[in-house]
Design a protein around this ligand. Structure first.
Ligand SMILES: C[S@@+](CC[C@H](N)C(=O)[O-])C[C@H]1O[C@@H](n2cnc3c(N)ncnc32)[C@H](O)[C@@H]1O
Length: 295
């Protein structure tokens, strides 16, 4: 059986946060930890974006543009999710498909919060190696390997120390597009089963978008043309959701949606300057905040 490699999309979004740190929306967006999670070769394109002008050469230019657009998306996405986490801290925070998420190290507000990072085993091992002995600021941090395509979330979460009776904030950021509709529905059902009253779910999902699909095809063609590795080769897009379909899914699990806005709207609300309007408006970034008050 072919072994699944560690996530490359997790590296891309971490590079986006590192590239934007202190440059895009300074004073409102900070992620000084992101750069520490990247290998030396992964920092090179980050330095180019931070350096300003586009580089010479097709290959470097393609990588530069993709990362610059990713950085803008990550700023709005991170600010709005961080704000949702802070707005009502729960004693437990579960990060679903954590990748190189660094909230457990970055957010001092988590000092009294037990954090559980869920991810595919290969990606989680990679994260573990990258983190080394960096100390989190969360009260506790547990890595819990789960493959959403087959494992039952609670079978891993409960032995790791998660308490069903204690309210949980769930963050599910940038993962839904890589799962089938059935896997997404099964995960929401599992979140429901593991949620005490007062729990909340913050989701980022992708809406169907023709311009976004065309943009991805163009990016893929460009990476093939310039002989760069394709970030999405092992992580194909598997589902997109209209706002209505996502709302129905959540409502069917008794989770009323508190807010559901695309990131362009979020960026406008926060007065974040946006150059790549399409990246934020399209399905790349739809709707980060759905709140669940589990009954
Ligand atoms: C784009 S990254 C997002 C990482 C992180 N949430 C962030 O926003 O920085 C996608 C993440 O989803 C995880 N993922 C994708 N499919 C998965 C699956 N079947 N089971 C568990 N995790 C999965 C990957 O391992 C990766 O960490």
């Amino acid at each position: 059986m072919k072994t699944r490699p560690a996530s490359r999309t997790a590296v891309l979004v971490c590079q986006g946060r590192a590239a934007a740190d202190g440059l895009v929306a300074p004073g409102r967006f900070h992620d000084a930890m992101a750069i520490a999670l990247l290998h030396d070769d992964e920092r090179v394109p980050v330095d180019r974006v931070r350096g300003g002008g586009p580089p010479q050469g097709w290959a470097q230019r393609a990588e530069f543009e993709m990362l610059r657009a990713t950085a803008e998306v990550m700023v709005a996405r991170t600010i709005v999710i961080d704000a949702a986490v802070r707005s009502r801290l729960s004693p437990q925070l579960v990060i679903l498909g954590a990748g190189l998420d660094d909230r457990a190290w970055r957010m001092s507000e988590l000092a009294e919060v037990d954090v559980f990072e869920i991810d595919h085993p290969a990606s989680q091992q990679d994260k573990h190696d990258r983190v080394g002995d960096l100390s989190p600021c969360a009260r506790s941090l547990r890595f819990v390997p789960v493959d959403f395509s087959g494992d039952r979330l609670e079978d891993a979460l409960v032995p790791a120390g998660h308490h069903r009776a204690v309210p949980t904030t769930w963050v599910w950021e940038g993962v839904v597009p890589y799962l089938t509709r059935a896997q997404v529905a099964a995960t929401v059902a599992a979140v429901d089963r593991c949620s005490a009253p007062g729990s909340r779910l913050i989701i980022n999902y992708q809406s169907p978008s023709l311009p976004a699909a065309v943009g991805r095809m163009a990016a893929r063609a460009m990476t093939t043309f310039v002989r760069q590795p394709n970030v999405w080769a092992a992580e194909p897009r598997r589902s997109s959701w209209t706002a209505a379909a996502m709302r129905t899914l959540l409502t069917n699990h008794c989770f009323p949606v508190a807010d559901d806005s695309d990131l362009l709207t979020v960026a406008a609300r926060l007065s974040i300057p946006v150059k790549q309007r399409r990246s934020l408006q399209s399905g790349e970034s739809r709707s980060p905040t759905a709140r669940i008050d589990a009954a």
